[in-house]
Write a protein that binds this ligand. Structure first.
Ligand code: NAP
Length: 245
């Protein structure tokens, strides 16, 4: 279905990003993903994709560094040719902290990794993506269900959603679709690192489907938007939340 397409996924070594890499590769795309630190986790993804017959490259790049986003996209172009699919997935969140105690550095770092990276990759796509491309950025249920204690994260995801809306308008005439997927609570290290188990049990009980999301639940929605069947959907925010929001 995606045979010969070049796909970039940010933050593909774990969680939702890993599931997206595996799914796009299974659908036939040549996938390049980055990670920040966990080389072993990234190698594990490469192994799993290659064992399944897929084509993938992992690049260690910290998206907080200047030039990293562009470097990632360049690596993909060098290995596999011009970009067809972009998935903005990498994000930082920190332990829940009230606004009054959130310092400047935390705000700057979260906005840089989550929002500035999305701006930079969208700008790269606007300049270099092939016609009829697909862009999916991962936001969060958090923008419609704000919770106390994560102002920088919520602000960064608000920016991701707005960037999507503008890019959809600008890139539509070239057949490029640009959408957001907003997961609800999804069982990953990011979720477990910011919520104690009893909170997660309560959250799971609040969904009509009575469970936490799995990374593949979100990856399958991304793959739909990234594939040929998603051609008529652009500028949308799809909530993959198990029914909340
Ligand atoms: P995760 O398990 O924490 O994985 C994050 C990924 O991003 C890892 O591959 C990590 O690389 C990479 N990354 C983090 N900081 C980076 C940086 N500075 N530079 C480059 N790569 C970086 O996260 P997740 O839960 O799968 O979340 C994926 C997306 O879904 C995020 O956009 C998140 O906001 C969104 N989301 C998640 C949930 C949830 O409940 N999990 C809910 C709503 C939205 P390393 O392995 O090297 O650290």
């Amino acid at each position: 279905m995606l045979k010969g397409r070049t796909a970039v996924v940010t933050g593909g070594s774990r969680g939702i990003g890993r599931a997206v890499v595996e799914r796009l590769a299974r659908d036939g795309a040549n996938v390049v993903f980055n990670y920040a630190q966990r080389t072993e986790a990234a190698q594990d993804v490469v192994r799993s994709v290659e064992e399944a017959g897929g084509s993938v490259r992992a690049v260690r790049l910290d998206l907080a560094e200047h030039g990293a986003a562009e470097q990632l996209m360049d690596v993909a172009a060098q290995h596999f040719g011009d970009l067809d699919i972009l998935v903005n997935n990498a994000a930082l969140n920190f332990t829940v902290t009230p606004l009054a105690e959130t310092d400047d550095d935390t705000f700057d770092r979260v906005m840089t990794v989550n929002a500035r990276t999305t701006f930079l990759t969208l700008r790269y796509a606007a300049r270099h993506m092939r016609d009829d491309g697909r862009i999916v950025s991962i936001s969060s249920l958090n923008t419609v269900r704000p919770a106390p204690g994560n102002a920088p994260y919520a602000a960064s995801k608000g920016a991701v959603e707005q960037l999507t809306l503008v890019a959809a308008q600008e890139l539509g005439p070239r057949g490029i679709t640009v959408n957001t997927v907003s997961p609800g609570a999804t069982d990953t290290e990011l979720l477990r690192g910011t919520n104690p188990p009893e909170v997660l049990e309560t959250v799971a009980g609040m969904t009509p489907l009575r469970r936490l999301g799995e990374p593949a639940d979100v990856a399958d929605v991304v793959a739909f938007l990234a594939g040929p069947d998603g051609r008529w959907i652009t500028g949308q925010n799809i909530r993959a939340t198990g029914g909340i929001g």
